[in-house]
Design a protein around this ligand. Structure first.
Ligand code: NAG
Ligand code: NAG
Ligand code: NAG
Ligand code: NAG
Length: 587
């Protein structure tokens, strides 16, 4: 099975199908990836991770003078672009800064520093990380900058900041599927040039652990605070690279989009001008948030397990442990046997003050332009496989935290009728093994619960505030996936990145497919670049993507089987189920 073809499928294969972000459990499928290199050892220093650049034509080496030093980048001949890779945006989150809010850099440096190689990925668990050979370290808070060559400090280019997904447990900005060269190239082609930036942030428990003592210290939502600090660094420094701090658009997919949803509602929507637009592909801030009380049992068990249970300052003790000790627990080599809440925002009274849906309904969100959307069949990546009976369906809903009343309501709204399920185009029931007789039912519920309900509330909330909203649906069956997954989660990414060669995919999603696939990638990547450049995805005067308003809540639907590659449709599908979820579960 080709893990690299589908984040969602990887989730399915590894049992990560029911929750927003359950810790990954390595499965047999991991054996398909090359063996990991020797572990990086105790927190490699930055000096080691950035060997000096290879000798090259002096004049072509891009140089950027930030406030406290100089970075030497890398010129890419093929795309005529300047790269600055692996640039740190925070102090390494190690020692006293482990499980703590990140701190800004505060040192000047004399010698110019090379910025020619991607930095370490944050320690994570799952195929997005292992497929790249686990190049991980705690010291991972870096970002990458890609700009068309020929621009310089003061040029004020718009900036798109990519935040990767991976269920909050794996992934990183160095993943070749997130190669920024192609979309930057597209931006130049449409004469709306942009700079693209991609960032890392802490993952798994390294970024999501929480407890009463962490709350006391302001150490909640640490992964999201990493992202925030990266945005602050960009605001403070991007001018030195030719970008404009006033023209930043945040842009992410899956857990990356969920993260950015959190940034929209963080601090009750006060975003301090860190961004002026947001692109959220398959992710929103709508999820069920817990707090310190629900996290405490896990924190207590972790402390006890690692010898930090009986000390006065348990958090201080956890911070001093060798990273491998914690890694063994988090990676399940030395299992704790106590479940934590699933990874998402926590209500810490600081970064996050309430449930995401409530903040949206109260208008407590960043007032910026929004582009957001979902794939038709997201649910096939989230619905549990192997459900054959009503009792099994009920048990699954219960495991997601639904109560008895909610379960019986959901059973009625999402009946076991394959004519109604997801994927809708699939007639009848898919094979019982491995999918389960009720797979289409599970997928219909899971897609709305995990994705579609949040998108609709987000789009409505932004439209109600009079902000420009562009909403899409995406319906394409890519190469390399079983047809039963339909237009599933993650698959639009290769199109938005215009990655038509399939860099980083085990099977190229475009191979064997008609030219319309390449044309759609061309169209979408240009629309995204246009939105990042100027807040609208329109490519010419003839408008094709209507704004989403309360009077006319329309989605553009991307579909390679339509001559125009798109059509417009009212956003009223599965109204009953989505309303139920928004009014009874996400409150
Ligand atoms: C620059 O260096 C000074 C001291 O050397 C420090 O106070 C300041 O925080 C630094 N600024 C940045 C952006 O690193
Ligand atoms: C994107 O991929 C191309 C082709 O492999 C490569 O030349 C380029 O360096 C990559 N761009 C970035 C930003 O990594
Ligand atoms: C986690 O465990 C898997 C499977 O044993 C292994 O391949 C991977 O390298 C481990 N990850 C880390 C960061 O230690
Ligand atoms: C588009 O058409 C192809 C060829 O007929 C078909 O295999 C595919 O399922 C269609 N896609 C969608 C989303 O219906």
């Amino acid at each position: 099975m080709q893990l690299r073809t589908l984040e969602g499928l990887a989730l399915l294969l590894t049992g990560l199908s029911t929750s927003e972000a359950t810790p990954f459990r390595p499965g047999a499928s991991d054996l398909l990836v090359p063996p990991p290199p020797p572990p990086p050892g105790p927190v490699p220093g930055r000096e080691d991770s950035h060997p000096p650049p290879q000798p090259r034509e002096e004049a072509k080496t891009p140089v950027a003078h930030v406030a406290n030093g100089t970075y030497l980048g890398l010129w890419n001949e093929k795309y005529d672009q300047d790269f600055f890779l692996g640039v740190p945006y925070a102090k390494p989150p190690v020692g006293d800064l482990r499980f703590a809010a990140p701190e800004p850099l505060d040192e000047a440096f004399e010698e110019p520093r090379p910025a020619t190689e991607y930095g370490w990925m944050c320690i994570g668990y799952g195929s997005d990380t292992s497929a790249l050979g686990n190049p991980v370290s705690e010291d991972c808070l870096t970002l990458n900058i890609v700009r068309p060559a020929g621009y310089k400090a003061g040029d004020d280019l718009p900036v798109g900041v990519w935040v990767h997904g991976g269920s909050y447990v794996n992934g990183g900005s160095r993943d070749p599927r997130y190669n920024l060269s192609y979309i930057v190239d597209q931006s130049v082609e449409i004469r709306k040039p942009m700079i693209a930036v991609s960032i890392n942030y802490r993952l798994s428990y390294w970024g999501f652990l929480f407890s009463e003592e962490m709350q006391q210290e302001g150490a909640g939502n640490v992964a999201f605070k990493d992202q925030r600090l990266a945005l602050q660094w960009i605001s403070d420094n991007i001018a030195a690279f030719g970008g404009s701090p006033d023209k930043v658009t945040i842009w992410g997919e899956s857990a990356g989009a969920r993260s950015l949803g959190m940034q929209l509602i963080a601090y009750d929507g006060q975003h301090n001008g860190l961004f002026r637009g947001a692109v959220l592909q398959s992710g929103s801030p709508v999820a069920v948030f817990k707090g310190a009380a629900e996290w405490q049992p896990y924190f207590d068990a972790l402390s006890a397990k690692t010898g930090c249970g009986d000390v006065g300052d348990r958090l201080g003790c956890l911070r001093q442990l060798p990273w491998q000790t914690l890694n063994d627990v988090f990676n399940n080599t030395n299992p704790l046997g106590v479940a934590s809440p699933i990874f998402t925002a926590v209500i810490d009274g600081d970064f996050m003050t309430d449930q995401g849906a409530n903040l949206l309904k109260q208008g407590k969100f960043a007032k910026v332009a929004l582009l957001t959307g979902n794939n038709f069949d997201e649910g096939t990546a989230y619905g549990r496989q192997g459900i054959n009976t009503d009792a099994e369906f009920q048990a699954w809903l219960s495991s997601l935290g639904l109560n008895t009343q909610q379960i019986s309501d959901i059973e009625a709204i999402y009946p076991d009728n394959p004519l109604l399920g997801i994927p809708a185009f699939l007639i009848g029931r898919p094979p019982t093994v491995p999918y389960g007789a009720q797979f289409k039912r599970a997928a219909a519920f899971a897609g709305d619960y995990q994705q579609h309900a949040g998108r609709r509330l987000l789009a409505e909330s932004y439209a109600a505030a009079g902000l420009p909203v562009f909403s899409y649906l995406w319906n394409v069956h890519v190469n390399g996936l079983p047809i039963v997954f339909g237009a599933t989660h993650f698959q639009e990414v290769a199109f938005v990145f215009n990655n038509v060669n399939g860099d980083g995919y085990a099977i190229n999603p475009f191979a064997t497919k008609p030219e319309s696939f390449v044309e759609l990638a061309d169209l979408m990547s240009k629309m995204w670049a246009a939105f990042i450049h100027s807040g609208s995805p329109e490519l010419n005067k003839c408008k094709v993507w209507p704004q989403y308003t309360l009077e006319k809540p329309n989605n553009i639907v991307f579909d390679v089987n339509r001559t125009a590659l798109h059509y417009v449709e009212k956003d009223d599908y599965r109204e009953e189920g989505i309303s139920y979820l928004l009014n009874n579960i996400f409150v």
